[in-house]
Design a protein around this ligand. Structure first.
Ligand code: ADP
Length: 665
């Protein structure tokens, strides 16, 4: 990528950096990320938490409703199952009670029984009936079988030999006696007044000639039934018409009352001594409500602390579903209590399952919704990005066009500059040439003067020489010819100098070893007969110093300067010339110092003017320094002059340092 491409990329990044699409920031085109719109009342996190709470609440509500439903269903199932069991227990109870239903009546048919009722004091007969009754009471369920006369006095009993024999006791107050005396079979549950053992009494009238003369009673034990209930783990109880519990799987419930007992009922109980001394404490729910509704239908109850059943010796605080059935024809009610814990646990398990399922479904729905929303946001962001990119590309194209135009304009300017440079170079060359021409113009006056005079003299001398030869004055003619020769030589020198000056040839600078050029000049000088009194000292501070110059012209300048110095010290008995070369400020500098008379103040301003000379006529032309300066300047150098502080003059040639290796020849 070129610099222009890099610049565009940089601009694009900078531009994009300013419009980065981040959640919650306005997108190009005014779109905004919906989740975190500036000024939005709710941040995404709190919205997520709110949704979560809503999901939880909904799941909990569904869970609670389903729990109620499931509990109702479980309770219904439990009630159904309990009703079946209740039916079974009722049947077994009735079977147990009715098993000996006919026994009193059958026993009453016995002749001895009838005879005893006629002769109650007949001890032999009483003994016979006692033994007879004893013999029929061997069944474990039968507690006792006894015969009561019309006054309620027991004449004979199966337990006649026991300490607590019924014989001699009067049971005329017992309902079973009374109903039998009225000719109806009697059924009665109560606590024995003699043995204080509870039992079920079955009675039947004993008739003679159609008249009731006595009552035969069979007392049945129901302990085995209660034991069976207890062993089965069922919670069962049987209450009588008044609500007093006769039988119960839990001993603590026995002789307690399910219903409030009215005073007349209490008085009657006291009279019949049905429950003997039992206080008939209420057996109710923990909130004081009865265990059954008024119509006998069941309900869910928690038993009062003193009514908790003992299961395996420990009281259980549980909630129960109570159900009951009437046990006809006794006007009893069989009640079963079913533990609700299992039903509740099952309902809870099912409700939890439903809650979890709802939670899962709702969470999935929320997540799906959030994902969809995120996808929509991403799509919106992508569209916004695409719009940005399109915008960016348009801008880049716009800027590229502008840059291309600017580039083109720059190229045009560069071309114009190159043209200008060329024009400048040409102008400078022309100016240099023009400068030379100006100098030439200046010189032409001098040349005119310098050449016209000898020409005029030559003409005159030549005429004179001819006349002198005609006159035979050869010697004088010869002198004239010498003068003509001198003048011609002078003119030749001028022309030679001018030839150098006028040559416009392009200097072709090359690396020139300064030390070599100086030694070449000194060698040349020796051939020209330098006075031995004049000492030339050479000092090269950098022996390898090289200047970028034209070697011939450079040496020509040096020779001219050395010659001038020698001329200046001509009248001195001795002289000294120091040639010092050094590198200074990126230039090769050669300084020539002599200890001659120096340059007079009046001469200094005219030193580099053409044909200015202080030398006697014929000795100097006044062109050396002018031409030397022209040469040095054409090589991009400088030629300066001045006076030493002590004595003599100095001339300094400065040239560019050589590029590359110098030629040392
Ligand atoms: P010319 O040598 O023909 O006189 P130049 O241009 O070489 O012409 O010198 C001009 C004049 O500069 C000389 O006439 C002289 O007066 C003066 N000049 C040159 N070199 C020196 C020098 N080393 N010391 C004193 N004067 C000098």
């Amino acid at each position: 990528m070129g610099p222009f491409g890099a610049r565009c990329e940089k601009a694009a990044v900078a531009w994009r950096g300013g419009r980065d699409i981040l959640p919650g920031h306005l997108l190009p085109g005014g779109d905004a990320c919906p989740d975190a719109m500036p000024g939005s009342p709710m941040m995404p996190t709190s919205r997520f938490v709110l949704r979560l709470l809503m999901v939880l609440c909904a799941a909990c509500a569904v869970g609670a409703a389903s729990y109620r439903q499931f509990l109702a269903s479980e309770c219904a199932q439990l009630a159904e199952a309990s009703a079946t069991r209740l039916d079974f227990y009722r049947t077994t109870l009735v079977q147990t009670l009715e098993e000996f239903r006919l026994l009193p009546e059958v026993l009453g048919l016995d002749r001895r029984v009838n005879e005893l009722l006629s002769a109650p004091h007949d001890s032999a007969l009483r003994d016979a009936v006692n033994r007879y009754l004893e013999s029929v009471s061997h069944d474990a369920a039968i507690h006792a079988v006894f015969l009561v006369d019309a006054d309620g006095l027991t004449l004979a009993s199966s337990n006649w030999q026991d300490r607590l024999s019924f014989v001699g006791h009067n049971y005329g107050f017992r309902p079973y006696f009374q109903s039998a005396m009225q000719g109806r079979p009697g059924r009665f549950y109560g606590v024995g007044v003699t043995t204080q053992e509870a039992g079920f009494f079955l009675s039947a009238p004993v008739r003679r000639d159609g008249r009731v003369v006595g009552v035969m009673v069979v007392k049945i034990r129901l302990d085995a039934l209660e034991d069976a209930w207890r062993r089965s783990g069922e919670l069962l109880l049987v209450s009588d018409r008044l609500g007093v519990v006769l039988l119960a799987s839990s001993p603590g419930w026995k002789f307690r009352s399910l219903l409030p007992i009215s005073d007349p009922a209490r008085a009657r109980l006291a009279h019949t001594r049905q429950y003997l001394h039992a206080d008939l404490r209420p057996l109710v729910a923990s909130d004081g409500a009865p265990l059954l509704k008024a119509d006998g239908s069941g309900r869910q109850v928690r038993l009062a602390p003193d009514a908790q059943p003992f299961v395996q010796g420990r009281a259980q605080v549980r909630d129960y579903l109570t159900q009951s059935q009437l046990v006809s024809p006794y006007e009893w009610r069989l009640l079963i209590m079913s533990d609700l814990a299992e039903a509740r646990a099952a309902a809870l398990t099912r409700a939890l399952t439903v809650t979890l399922a709802v939670l899962l479904v709702l969470s999935a729905a929320v997540l799906w919704r959030m994902r969809r929303r995120r996808a929509q946001e991403r799509s919106a962001a992508r569209q916004a990005l695409e719009r940005s990119q399109a915008d960016l590309e348009a801008r880049i194209a716009e800027r590229t066009e502008a840059l291309v135009a600017a580039n083109r304009s720059l190229e045009g300017k560069v071309l114009a500059l190159k043209d200008a440079e060329q024009i400048l170079t040409r102008t400078r060359d022309s100016a240099v040439q023009a400068g030379k021409l100006a100098v030439l113009g200046q010189m032409s006056a001098g040349i005119t003067h310098e050449i016209n005079q000898p020409l005029a003299a030559l003409t005159t001398l030549a005429d004179n020489a001819g006349r002198l030869i005609e006159l035979g004055r050869d010697e004088e003619a010869c002198e004239n010819l010498h003068t003509i020769r001198d003048l011609a030589q002078r003119m030749g020198r001028i022309v030679a100098q001018l030839k150098t000056f006028a040559r416009r040839g392009e200097a072709s600078p090359e690396p020139v070893a300064v030390a070599a050029s100086v030694s070449n000049v000194l060698r040349l000088l020796a051939t020209r007969g330098l006075r031995p009194e004049i000492v030339v000292r050479v000092e090269h501070r950098e022996p390898s110093l090289a200047a970028q110059a034209d070697p011939i012209r450079f040496e020509q300048v040096l020779l001219n300067l050395v010659m001038n110095a020698a001329d200046a010290m001509e009248k001195q008995p001795s002289g000294e010339l120091l040639i010092l070369s050094e590198s200074r400020d990126g230039q090769a500098v050669v300084t020539l110092r002599d200890n001659g008379p120096g340059i007079p103040e009046v001469v200094l301003p005219h030193l580099f003017e053409p044909f200015f000379t202080t030398k006697p006529a014929g000795k100097g032309l006044g062109l050396g320094l002018v031409i030397s300066r022209m040469i040095i300047e054409s090589l991009d150098g400088r030629l300066d002059a001045g006076n030493n502080e002590g004595r003599g003059a100095w001339f300094r040639v400065s040239l560019p340092l050589a590029v590359g290796l110098a030629n040392h020849d």
